[in-house]
Write a protein that binds this ligand. Structure first.
Ligand SMILES: C[S@@+](CC[C@H](N)C(=O)[O-])C[C@H]1O[C@@H](n2cnc3c(N)ncnc32)[C@H](O)[C@@H]1O
Length: 358
């Protein structure tokens, strides 16, 4: 699979995708721009970005039989008469890696704005040991692998884990990346190693406890339930100067301060210290894009109207006295013994330019 990047570069696929930005999700723009492409690039874009059937002859001419067979073996493409079809997978490029992932409503091989956020904010650990929990299709693990001595990715869903293995092969990163199919809870029971970095982009969307939500996203009513589990279970596995680096979304009470908010309390609870970068804030009101998109997903998972999902979401948080959602990146290490743990807030939301994790 390592020749795929080379062949996609030659055919113009990677420059086409990267024109819209590294790790971009501008699906509508891809479709418009694809109309002016000639073959075989047009077929590759149809297959890997637009989820539409692509001319078999053009795809095979661009990629070769061998690569096509390998992708069929992993189940990312299949025959459809004179066409190939991508089985709900897109092929994106981010931080010089290629990823097969899914951009649909209930993906198991997740890639989203949050993946790009942690992929951007995670700090290199040259020569270090890195653990990527909730690793999905391997995005964070494969970025960390550029600098680290050893990387372990842990993912509970066997289908996501299988795509992570494909992505590892695709990016030719080598044996220092180990991908484990396990729940993070079970992995903690048997693990004996310590890490310089523990990265995680967990299920993180704040969702009222009595509502269902896509598995990759349900973060409990404050968006922090999986994060809380991870910090508790994995604190003993941090090296002395090791750090958790993670992103998420939680709820805030007042416009101007985070004092008493769930995330600050979480740092205290686990005796961790470091920074909380607040990346953006979104009022829990109708019409804000973040609330609307959460409501759309809630409506789908609970099989109810979007307007009802939106109302239930807003009522739940306003009745709990929460006024806004905020998105954050944290870098936390163990607080020294005898010292009060303190997470300091770096409020970047003031500069917010419109992306969720700007
Ligand atoms: C938001 S996705 C993140 C995927 C990827 N790491 C990224 O940065 O985009 C969350 C992932 O956590 C996985 N997950 C959820 N609960 C888990 C658990 N208890 N143990 C391990 N993985 C879990 C889901 O299957 C999903 O792949």
């Amino acid at each position: 699979m390592k020749e795929l990047a080379d062949k996609l570069g030659r055919a113009g696929y990677l420059p086409f995708y990267l024109y819209f930005g590294d790790g971009n999700l501008r699906v509508g723009d891809w479709a418009v721009a694809a109309q002016r492409l000639s073959e075989p690039l047009r077929s590759l874009v149809q297959l890997f970005l637009l989820q539409s059937p692509a001319n078999r002859r053009h795809v095979t001419a661009a990629l070769g039989e061998c690569l096509v067979e390998r992708m069929k073996h992993f189940g990312v493409i299949r025959n459809g008469g004179s066409t190939f079809e991508c089985q709900s997978f897109s092929l994106l490029s981010f931080r010089s890696n290629l990823y097969f992932c899914q951009l649909n409503d209930d993906p198991f091989a997740y890639f989203g704005e949050d993946s790009v956020a942690l992929g951007t904010y995670q700090s290199p650990a040259p020569g270090g040991d890195v653990l990527d929990l909730c690793s999905g299709p391997g995005i964070q693990a494969l970025i960390a692998a550029r600098n680290a001595r050893h990387v372990t990715g842990v993912e509970v869903n066997p289908k996501a884990w299988s795509i992570a293995k494909l992505n590892k092969e695709l990016n030719h990163v080598g044996d220092h990346v180990e991908l484990v199919n396990s729940s993070l809870q079970d992995f903690a029971k048997t693990n004996t190693r310590k890490f310089d970095r523990i990265l995680f982009n967990p299920p993180l969307v704040p969702v009222p406890d009595d509502m269902s939500y896509a598995f990759v996203g349900h973060g409990g009513s404050d968006g922090l339930s999986v994060t809380d589990d991870i910090l508790g279970l994995y604190r003993p596995f941090l090296k002395t100067n090791g750090r958790f680096e993670f992103i998420g979304m939680t709820v805030g009470k007042k416009e101007s301060t985070l004092a008493g908010d769930p995330l600050v309390e979480l740092a205290k609870k686990h005796h961790l210290e470091g920074t909380i970068h607040v990346l953006s804030r979104h009022r829990i009101r109708e019409q804000t894009p973040l609330v609307t998109s959460c409501a759309i997903s809630l409506a789908r998972s609970n099989k109810i109207e979007i307007s009802l999902a939106q109302k239930q979401l807003i009522d739940f948080y306003q009745n709990s006295d929460f006024d806004y959602f905020y998105l954050f990146f944290c870098s936390w290490g163990k607080a020294a013994k005898g010292r009060r743990a303190k997470a300091s807030v770096v409020d970047m939301s003031y500069y917010y330019f419109g992306d969720w994790f700007a």
